[in-house]
Write a protein that binds this ligand. Structure first.
Ligand SMILES: [Mg+2]
Length: 354
């Protein structure tokens, strides 16, 4: 036996994995010779030159086979991980000081917002949240009393929605505050997981609640995630595809469009928050409402009555349908001409301080 053979047999005996040779597929793991700095002042080399959608496309490419397609990978409100007979949902979202909240928002509100914006993603798939972990990156100067209130906000939401906070991490950050919450969940009892795919041409588009003015009204941290509504909708055969509205309906709804169709929204039907115009309702973002496609041909009158009986205090509005073709029909809003919140450039229909 060769030396290598002996080493290998000993490794197996000692329960160590010792590949005789590095597999070809690992060659990409070798240290790169490319040395670049994290930050650059050259505009065309900056992530902001890509925009959010293109950056996510790039990330998909960089990950390659390491990242499966949605709903098992990037591209839906939660990732769906097969687990035994069921499937697990996983989602992660941060709150960043100066981006998602500032000193005008009470610390407790910031903590509640962090929990709820993740709950909204579980709701968007008709899921039930099970457990959360939270990672903080914070400055040395962070006020203890502020942090205590922030955690009280997290604890409030943990108790209200019966989702234990089971762990986390604290790290140091020079300048700023970032808290990132990861939430796991599963399909709600008797329901299924509803993804963004599944809408068909002719399907009717519904939205819960009211849209627009989230920042000015304080809705962006005071909202209630639509968990009960999402779980109910996931049990209804009429509902074919669903998501939550976080970046503005104009931007988000395009993810539900089936091939060969556009989301034809009638502006007069949009449920607008008081004082908001159509543009604000479509572009402001952080509404955390549910938007979904219901089967054309189903008895939608019956469906609407059943929803209203179950959720008498939740507004449900039929706002349009998925129309065949590549152009928006006359009278419908041209969603492509509008922009929702763009995370990397910070631009939207108006300046933001969130
Ligand atoms: Mg979402």
């Amino acid at each position: 036996m060769t030396d290598r053979g002996r080493r290998h047999r000993r490794a197996i005996r000692e329960n160590r994995l010792l590949p005789a040779r590095e597999p070809r597929s690992l060659s990409a793991d070798r240290p790169s010779t490319l040395r670049v700095t994290l930050l650059t002042n050259t505009p065309q080399d900056q992530v902001s030159s890509l925009g959010e959608a293109l950056l996510i496309e790039k990330i998909r490419g960089w990950l390659g086979s390491a990242s499966p397609r949605a709903p098992f990978g990037i591209g839906d409100d939660c990732a769906v991980v097969p687990s035994g007979r069921t499937a697990q949902l996983i989602t992660v979202d941060p709150v960043i000081y100066g981006e998602h909240f500032d000193d005008s928002v009470p610390a407790r509100g910031a903590g509640e917002k962090l929990f709820k914006r993740n709950l909204s993603d579980i709701a968007a798939m008709g899921g039930r949240p099970r457990a959360a972990v939270v990672a903080l990156a914070l400055e040395d100067r962070t006020r203890i009393a502020w942090l205590r209130e922030f955690y009280r906000g997290l604890a409030n939401m943990s108790r209200r929605y019966q989702v234990p906070l089971v762990g986390g991490d604290v790290a140091r950050l020079k300048g700023g505050f970032v808290a990132t919450l990861t939430l796991v969940g599963e399909a709600a009892a008797g329901g299924r997981i509803v993804t963004r795919r599944g809408a068909r041409r002719g399907d009717v588009i519904y939205v819960t609640g009211s849209l627009g003015g989230s920042l000015a009204s304080g809705h962006h941290y005071r909202f209630e995630p639509r968990l009960a509504e999402g779980a109910w909708l996931a049990r209804r055969a009429e509902v074919r595809a669903m998501m939550d509205v976080s970046d503005g309906l104009a931007k988000d709804l395009r993810a539900l469009e089936p091939g060969g169709a556009v989301a034809a929204i009638e502006p007069a039907l949009l449920p607008r928050r008081r004082g908001c115009d159509v543009r604000s309702a479509l572009c402001d973002g952080e509404d955390f409402e549910l938007v979904f496609a219901a089967a054309n041909g189903a008895d939608l009158g019956l469906f609407e009555r059943a929803f209203r009986r179950r959720f008498p205090r939740t507004r449900l509005t039929r706002i349009g349908r998925f129309a065949s073709g590549q152009v928006y029909p006359a009278g419908a809003v041209d969603l492509r001409a509008l922009k929702g919140f763009e995370h990397l450039t910070g631009s939207a229909s108006r300046p933001r301080g969130r």
